[in-house]
Design a protein around this ligand. Structure first.
Ligand SMILES: Nc1ncnc2c1ncn2[C@@H]1O[C@H](COP(=O)(O)OP(=O)(O)O)[C@@H](O)[C@H]1O
Ligand SMILES: [Mg+2]
Length: 318
């Protein structure tokens, strides 16, 4: 496998289904060694993008490759890219073990991998039970076992957290992190930021087929609200305004947007104003996500890029 096949390259990718522009001029790069969240509300175009990446849907224009090589041209795809697509169906009459055996037989992957991956995803005790009796969470785990079968360096997972119980969610968060820590490229889609926010290093957010954010989660959090107060609220208010902050006065304190707690603390410190309250609002990240994806009026919002993974600014949305 060429070393570059560990990078996911999406370049000016578009897909229309008749009048529906499912994906529009989408570009991003996903590098090894971290978990990248591919986020957006239902219908945003996530599955369509991933299906184009995996050669299951033909793009209307643009390219989706692994380091320049299309999925269909990969010499040993299962050993290069592991995939778990949404609503993957397994023959209900087959056991988990037999399901995986079909693939090891077809591809020449070491059948010893079967027990290994079933154990890795925690369903080894059910390996010889028929999949028809599996819960949704167990089927999700079997989907992951399939993705891992060829010990691939790249994982493309479409909504793998959907349907997991709280224990399963906790498990998969750690699991995704481990895979990235092993140097793998992990791209994981979700329609819920809250589902993945503890496991992703970087977020690519789309809505209506268009990129609206590409960067770190902390960069996104920047748009969250922080409630801050001081015994001398007037002094704090003027210090924040003087620093160029957007401030709303509420009963519970001053509500500051577009600055994080550290920045506000520093402003107060420089102004010599002791604080009595500094609270980053819990739903800040989620509301930033909703603001980016949910209620924006047309035309589509511009692209916001923050953080270490930011791509070059040219070719920004609009
Ligand atoms: N095969 C298809 N034929 C027609 N429209 C489709 C097809 N697949 C997806 N779409 C439409 O494309 C848009 C994006 O869908 P999808 O990629 O499934 O979004 P997501 O995975 O983010 O929920 C939606 O409007 C959906 O209805
Ligand atoms: Mg989808």
């Amino acid at each position: 496998m060429p070393a570059t096949a560990t990078t996911i390259d999406v370049s000016h990718l578009s897909k229309s289904f008749g009048p529906v522009d499912a994906v529009s001029d989408l570009s991003f790069v996903v590098e090894p060694g971290s978990v990248t969240g591919f986020l957006g509300p239902n219908g945003a175009g996530k599955t369509t993008t991933l299906r184009m990446l995996l050669g299951l849907v033909n793009p209307s224009s643009g390219l989706a490759t692994f380091g320049g090589v299309g999925y269909r041209d990969l010499p040993s795809p299962l050993e290069t890219v592991g995939t778990a697509l949404e609503a993957s169906s397994f023959h209900p009459g087959r056991t988990a073990r037999n399901h995986l055996k079909v693939y090891t037989t077809a591809t020449g992957i070491d059948p010893g991998r079967i027990d290994r991956v079933l154990k890795q995803v925690g369903i080894d005790a059910y390996a010889d039970r028929r999949v028809g009796g599996y819960s949704l969470g167990m089927r999700q785990r079997l989907g992951l076992a399939f993705a891992l079968l060829g010990d691939p360096r790249v994982l493309v997972l479409d909504e793998p957290i959907n349907g997991l119980d709280p224990e399963g969610i906790r498990w998969i968060r750690g699991f995704l992190r481990e895979l990235a820590a092993e140097g793998r490229t992990v791209l994981v889609s979700s329609h819920l930021l809250s589902e993945v926010q503890q496991s992703v290093d970087r977020a690519i957010i789309i809505t209506r087929g268009r990129l609206v954010y590409d960067g770190t989660l902390s960069g996104l959090e920047f748009t969250a609200r922080v409630v801050v107060d001081a015994p001398d609220r007037a002094a704090l208010h003027s210090a924040l305004l003087a620093a160029g902050a957007r401030v709303d006065v509420s009963e519970g304190g001053l509500v500051v947007k577009e600055l994080d707690g550290a920045a506000i603390g520093a402003i107060a410190h420089r102004a010599g104003v002791p604080l009595s309250l500094l609270a980053e609002q819990q739903e800040g990240l989620e509301s930033a996500f909703l603001e980016l994806t949910g209620t924006e009026p047309e035309p589509a919002p511009g692209v916001h890029r923050h953080g270490a993974h930011a791509a070059p600014a040219e070719g920004d949305a609009s």
